[in-house]
Design a binder for this molecule. Sequence first.
Ligand SMILES: [Mn+2]
Length: 232
Amino acid sequence: MKKYFVFSDIHGSLTPLLVGLEKAGFDIDNESHILISLGDHFDRGIENLKVLGFIKYFDRMNRLIMIKGNHDEYLRRFLLGIDDGIMNIQFNGMGNTVIELADSSANSMEKIRRSILKRHPYTLDLLQKMVDQYVLGKYIFTHAGLEYNKEKGWHVYNFARTIYFVENFDPKDNYYVFGHTHAEILNKYFYNKESHEPFRYKNFIGIDTKTIISKKVNVLVFDENGNEITNQ
Ligand SMILES: [Mn+2]
C-alpha cells in the first residue's frame, strides 16, 4: 500500500525537510513511499542546489508529485526569458537560487539565465511538470488554495489570499491542504495562537512552517485511499 508524504514551501532548505520526513516515517528506499510537494521549492534558503538534486531524483523515480508555487513560477518565467528576474532577486529571495545554480562568472541576468539552463538543463522540465492541484480521495492539494473573481469564480491560484479562501470558500465534503501562507499567520488569525504546527480549521489545513526562520518542515502522511495517518 502506498503512503503519501506531504510537505510545502521548503524554499531552498533541504536539511529541515529531511528531518521532517524522517520523523514522519519516510523511507528513502521504499518505492511505495511517495512525496507530494505543495510548491515553492526555491528562493530564500541556501540549499537550492540540494533541493534541485532532491526533486530531480524523486521525479526520476516517479515518487514525487509537485504542485507549482508562485516562486516556482518566478523561476520558470526567468528561465524562459519572460521575466528578467530582477524584482524577484530584490524582493523574493531569488538571489540565493541564482548564486547557487549559475556559474559565478555570469555577470548579467541574461548570462545567469543561460548559465543555469546549461548547467542544470532539466530544471525547466521539472518546473514545467509542476501541476496546480492534486487530488487524493477527499483531500485536494494546492499551493495557496483558491481565489475568487467574477470572471472565473473560484479557481486554483498559486497566489491566492489564503485567509480569504478559508473564510469564504465552501469546501463541501473535501479537505483542502495548502502552504504559501505561514501556518503561524493562520494560527494567529484564527486561534490567536503562536505556532508553526499545521493550521487546522474546518476542512482546511495549512502547513507552511516559514522554514527559513523555524528550520522546520511539517510533513503530513496519507494512505492511498486518502485517509490521513496521524503521526504516532
Ligand atoms: Mn508561495
